[in-house]
Ligand binder design. Structure first.
Ligand SMILES: Nc1nc2c(ncn2[C@@H]2O[C@H](COP(=O)(O)OP(=O)(O)OP(=O)(O)O)[C@@H](O)[C@H]2O)c(=O)[nH]1
Length: 186
């Protein structure tokens, strides 16, 4: 899943079939997920473009109609981080104009092999104006939060009332996210 638009909530529900790519404790992809937001059930249909970076025309089909994209890199793999800019460029060209984007630095549990500092992820996210957090599909750190934040944003957009205060996804993520307990010294 790393370095790819890892997951998307979609409008039309039509998705190419794909098996989940791995079996850590938390599978971030390949399923429908129901998140309860303020008592309302929001259904997210999640697609994973993993392993298809070489087939750009295929991945376009995945995210062209997506309402949200989770961009994942692997904190132990520099090239996955370096690929993120290219993905953001792609997304700018092919995705919906108002797509919700979130940047995730996954494998935060393996601090001994860390290549990308948390601050680097934060800086990149700030540059593109997207929320950022580090996650671990192994321990589950921030995984539910990522989906919850997306669901909250989509629910807010769908039912926005004129007098309703706007939902600030970046502020929400910053206030809720957990930091890895052990930090590297890079
Ligand atoms: N320690 C740790 N391992 C993880 C984590 N997430 C995934 N892995 C492992 O990393 C390996 C690769 O995971 P994938 O999800 O298949 O990675 P990918 O880059 O999407 O791979 P492709 O599907 O081939 O593109 C598997 O062995 C996973 O179990 C994590 O958060 N922590």
């Amino acid at each position: 899943m790393t370095g790819t638009p890892g997951a998307a909530a979609t409008r039309n529900g039509e998705a190419p079939e794909r098996s989940p790519p791995c079996s850590p404790s938390y599978d971030l992809t390949g399923k429908n997920k129901v998140v309860t937001v303020d008592g309302m059930r929001v259904k997210l249909q999640i697609w994973d473009t993993a392993g298809q970076e070489r087939f750009r025309s295929v991945t376009h089909a995945y995210y062209r109609d997506a309402q949200a994209l989770l961009l994942l890199y692997d904190i132990t793999n520099k090239s996955s981080f370096d690929n993120i800019r290219a993905w953001l460029t792609e997304i700018h060209e092919y995705a919906q104009r108002d797509v919700v984007i979130m940047l995730l630095g996954n494998k935060a549990d393996v601090s001994s092999e860390r290549m990308i500092r948390s601050e680097d992820g934060e800086m990149l996210a700030r540059e593109y104006g997207v929320p950022f957090m580090e996650t671990s599909a192994k321990t589950g750190m921030n995984v539910e939060l990522a989906f919850l934040a997306i669901a909250k944003e989509l629910k807010y957009r769908a039912g926005r009332q004129a007098d309703e205060p706007s939902f600030q996804i970046q502020d929400y993520v910053e206030s809720q996210k957990k930091r890895p307990s052990c930090c590297s010294f890079l």
